[in-house]
Each structure stands twice: as C-alpha cells, then as structure tokens.
Ligand binder design. Sequence first.
Ligand SMILES: [Zn+2]
Ligand SMILES: [Zn+2]
Length: 261
Amino acid sequence: MIRMAVLGSGSSGNCAVVETEHARILVDAGFSGKQIRERLSLLGRGIEDLDGILLTHEHQDHCAGLAILCEKYKIPLYCNKLTAGFVKSKWLPKFSEWRCFETGSSFVVKDLTVQTFSVPHDAYDPVGFVVGAGGVQAGFLTDLGHVTRLALDRVRLCRALVLEANHDPHLLQNDTKRPWAIKQRILSRHGHLSNEAASKAIEFLETSEMSHLFLGHLSPDCNTPDLALESVRQALGQKNATHVHLEVAKQDKVSGWIELF
Ligand SMILES: [Zn+2]
Ligand SMILES: [Zn+2]
C-alpha cells in the first residue's frame, strides 16, 4: 500500500508526498521550507522524516524549498544531470547529497520504485515520475506542452495520477495580464497542458485501475476549477470511469492523504 497527498499545485508552487511504511519522499519542493514544513505537519509529518526529493525540473515553482530542505536538512535530491547543473549553481552550491539519474531510468528509494520519463517542457531536461510499491503506482504528469505516447505509456496503469490541466485556451487568449509572448510560450508544444489536452489524455489511460485523479497546475487567471473538472469529468464519463475520484489540487490547500491498494 502507498499513501500520497498533494501539498499544493499551481504556478506559485508544486509539491506532493508519497510514502510507504518504510519510505517517504517529496515530488518537487516548490514552496518555501517554512511552507513545506507547515503543510507536512497538517498531514502529521515532518521534514526530518523525508528520505528524498524527486525533482521534475528546475523552474522556481518546483524548487523554491530546495535550499532549506537540501542544504540545511541534507535530504538527498534525485534529479538528472542537466537539472542538477542548474540547481547546484542557483540554489545548492554546498550540497553534497546528489542522487543523479539518467532520464528514462528507474531506481529505488528504500521500498519505493521510481520510474522517470522525459516530458516536453521548456526546461533543461524535464521529467515525469511514476512512483510505486507492491504493484501500486502513483503518477506525476505536469509541466508538459503536449502529451506524448511515451508519457501516456508510463502513466497508463497508475492507481492515482496528478495530471496537468493548466488553462482554458479561450480564457488564455482573452487574458489581458499576459503579453503575447508568454501566451505563446504556454500554448506551445513545450508549455503547459490545456483542459482539453488533459481530457484527451484520459482516453488512453487504463481507468479501470485508477482510483484517484488530481488535476494540477491550474492557472489562477486562465482556468477555473469548474472548467477543468467539467472537461475531465466528461472524458471520464465517456469511458464509464465514474468510479474515479476526481479533484483539483489546490495552490493554497493541502489535499488529504489518499491510500492506494
Ligand atoms: Zn511548474
Ligand atoms: Zn515548469
């Protein structure tokens, strides 16, 4: 059995926790050390109890807590070499507990198995993760401009999935705060997934195995939880997958623990 919770998700910070009886890891650390401590304590856990941090890519909304968690608490950091190069120079000059992996490889953290796979996003070498134990898997698929066959293949059998539903294309087009170049970046094949793209991905998943689906990395200006939920709920309905517990991962609120058997 594994347990997971999303500490928060969105353009201002991303972090989730996965644990078994023997291991506990974060996926990304995109809040301040203080915020991560507070959010973990709401789940009854502490920073000291962590066995590692898996890092998807070097953007600030995934790295903001690394300086405290890694340099102060010496928590091992799992990332690929290109990501490590940037993170080391920007946040972790003195850190030594690097656990570098090749993108596409798998490794273990105690009794957790971690699969890594490449995703298309405007970062050095961005990855998604599938974390599993005892035949149960949780997938993390955010920060990607389009859904690749490889990514779908990797997360296809996940019991729980955090899937990006970043924006509604119409709200993004009509947004007055963002300059044209930023909109182009978000919409590009190396930007972020729309609600529509997330819904389309559902078609390819083995939803009979799935119990929880979190929609993550929602844009606060160019999406609403209702729009994202409506779009994905329809896709689940078309697959007769109404048993899947669907929720939006919030930016400012910790999800409860979910247990995956
Ligand atoms: Zn992000
Ligand atoms: Zn990013």
